[in-house]
Design a protein around this ligand. Structure first.
Ligand SMILES: Nc1ncnc2c1ncn2[C@@H]1O[C@H](COP(=O)(O)OP(=O)(O)OP(=O)(O)O)[C@@H](O)[C@H]1O
Ligand SMILES: [Mg+2]
Length: 141
């Protein structure tokens, strides 16, 4: 069953990420869907804060790497497939199996992945105004 959350500011989305972080742990994968600028990276930053990352600059949009790793209470692997030159990414070739064994995997532009692990979580973000965002969280069996 899907859960819906709304935020009205960047801080609201960071707080949502902090709150949701307690639900996730090693072995979980969250696919983040939503257009450019919808707030995927902001949510990742909030999740990372919730998992103990303290460096506010740690989480950004990695320009040259497909996978950034942050050291929280557990390792957080931030995958961003936007800059991928191929149409689809084979996540296994990025080391998905190893990542899931040791940490939490967050994937931006997850629709470009050829093979998402099952089950996984999906968050679909929609901009409903200049500063308002809607988040739909669901378990994908
Ligand atoms: N409620 C909100 N939550 C999150 N971001 C917001 C909100 N309101 C406005 N914003 C703005 O929306 C943008 C979200 O940027 P962010 O980098 O997180 O998007 P993204 O979905 O990761 O985009 P990309 O596909 O380019 O990676 C930022 O400029 C932020 O300031
Ligand atoms: Mg982003």
């Amino acid at each position: 069953m899907a859960e819906v959350f709304t935020t009205r500011s960047v801080k609201g989305t960071l707080d949502l990420g902090r709150k949701l972080a307690e639900r996730f742990g090693v072995g979980d994968c969250i696919a983040l869907h939503g257009q450019l600028g919808s707030g995927k990276t902001v949510l990742v930053r909030g999740l990372a804060f919730g998992l103990g990352v303290t460096d506010e600059h740690a989480v950004s949009s990695p320009t040259f790497v497909l996978v950034a790793e942050y050291a929280g209470r557990i390792p957080i692997y931030h995958v961003d497939l936007y800059r991928l030159d191929k149409a689809v990414a084979e996540l296994e070739s990025l080391g998905l199996g190893e990542m899931l064994q040791s940490g939490l995997v967050l994937i931006e532009w997850a629709e470009r992945a050829a093979d998402l692990p099952r089950p996984h979580w999906a968050v679909t973000i929609t901009a409903t105004g200049p500063r308002s965002r809607r988040f739909v969280l669901e378990r994908v069996p």
